[in-house]
Design a protein around this ligand. Structure first.
Ligand SMILES: [Ca+2]
Length: 389
């Protein structure tokens, strides 16, 4: 079965790589991409998303011309909220550039479709709906998430959340029962040790701590057994909300999901340089390697969001135990700390009773504690570039 998927994101360099990975993976059907503020402003995020869909469409035409198997995307692009629920706005433009992709547009490295803003409008007459590389909608991101969950079978749609969790929290606030129809939510966020934007805070959680803390509570009462799954179906069929399966990939566990600059330059740069997707990836990835070198003296780039997509693929392909370690934790997110705003707080005391049940006030979150860097780079290079490393 092909897994229906919603990707909530703030593209962003590694978001774009995660999206490409998803579009190139036959295991998933990306039904909707929902956009949030985050790495940069919502306006830039929107431009990057439309540009990516345009590139994917151009690549599809090129692949068909060359007789290659290629899937045309019919993904919905929905625009979310421009600000966090109740906290100061932060961006990550120091690394991602003002435009979210290393300032590729102003440097003339890539161009966005001239009518990109109109393409997002839901008005077939004006913008030629038939020819667009994606479907637009009048629903905002939170309503689109709820719509996708409502029209699909219960517990059939996965959500990959790789930006601040504003849209997910809004969907949960608007209709918690429909929100809980998601099969699972895979979140890139938090950290087990140090943060990356503050001493304790990881970017996605700091960018909307109130939303992140709320979403974690959707896991209350989750039991990872067949009986637990049956009870979720029963609750949903009675019109009640069900405990949700939430998986969190913290950044320190994801740090090994990195692209070495040397591997990219040696094995990828010489390939098919003029194909639309390669040209696009080169335009921002070469900037990213340079930024990593200048900012941190690193000769690699960690691509957390893309690694979260690999995690989802391993969950689907039965290779989770082979490539990942995890622990179930009561995870919460600090919403009021003077020094710790956005910190992911884990209760390391053992609240699990001998029969495996939890205190009914605990969040029950599957937290990834260890991952395989080899698995990342091999899957990433093979799926996107068809290259073995
Ligand atoms: Ca992101």
């Amino acid at each position: 079965m092909v897994q229906p998927l919603i990707i909530d994101c703030d593209p962003g360099i590694d978001d774009v790589l995660a999206l490409i990975l998803a579009f190139k993976s036959p295991e998933v059907d990306v039904r909707a991409v929902t956009l949030t503020h985050g790495n940069t402003t919502l306006k830039h995020v929107k431009r990057n998303a439309v540009t990516l869909m345009d590139v994917m469409a151009a690549q599809h035409i090129e692949d068909e011309k060359n007789g290659m198997k290629s899937q045309k995307q019919s993904t919905v692009l929905a625009v979310g909220r421009a600000t966090p629920l109740n906290s100061d706005q932060v961006f990550a433009t120091e690394f991602h550039g003002h435009d979210g992709l290393g300032n590729i547009y102003e440097q003339g490295l890539h161009t966005a479709p001239t009518d990109w803003e109109n393409q997002l409008l839901h008005d077939a007459e004006k913008v030629g709906e038939q020819n667009k590389p994606f479907q637009s909608t009048s629903r905002d991101a939170a309503d689109e998430i709820l719509h996708q969950l409502r029209v699909a079978d219960p517990l059939s749609v996965s959500i990959l959340a790789i930006g601040p969790l504003t849209n997910l929290a809004l969907a949960m606030q608007r209709d918690v029962q429909t929100f809980s129809r998601a099969k699972d939510i895979i979140i890139l966020g938090g950290s087990l040790t140090a943060g990356n934007i503050t001493p304790y805070g990881e970017f996605n959680f700091v960018a909307d701590p109130v939303a992140a803390d709320l979403v974690m509570t959707a896991s209350k009462g989750f039991v990872n057994t067949e009986q637990g799954a049956k009870s979720r179906f029963d609750l949903l069929s009675q019109g009640k909300s069900a405990p949700m399966h939430i998986v969190v990939l913290p950044i320190d566990s994801a740090e090994c999901g990195a692209i070495p600059a040397s591997v990219y330059r040696k094995q990828i740069l010489p390939l098919r340089g003029s194909a639309p997707l390669y040209t696009f990836i080169n335009s921002f990835l070469l900037h990213a390697f340079k930024a990593m070198e200048e900012l941190f003296k690193f000769d690699y780039m960690a691509t957390y969001d893309a690694f979260a997509m690999i995690l989802l693929l391993d969950m689907l392909n039965g290779t989770l135990e082979k490539n990942w370690c995890w622990k179930w934790h009561d995870m919460r997110v600090e919403t009021a700390g003077k020094y710790t705003m956005g910190m992911s707080c884990i209760d390391t005391r053992d609240w699990e009773s001998p029969d495996g049940s939890w205190n009914d006030q605990s969040n029950v979150v599957q937290v990834i504690t260890k991952a395989s860097g080899d698995n990342f780079i091999q899957s990433f290079m093979k799926r996107i570039f068809n290259v073995d490393v």
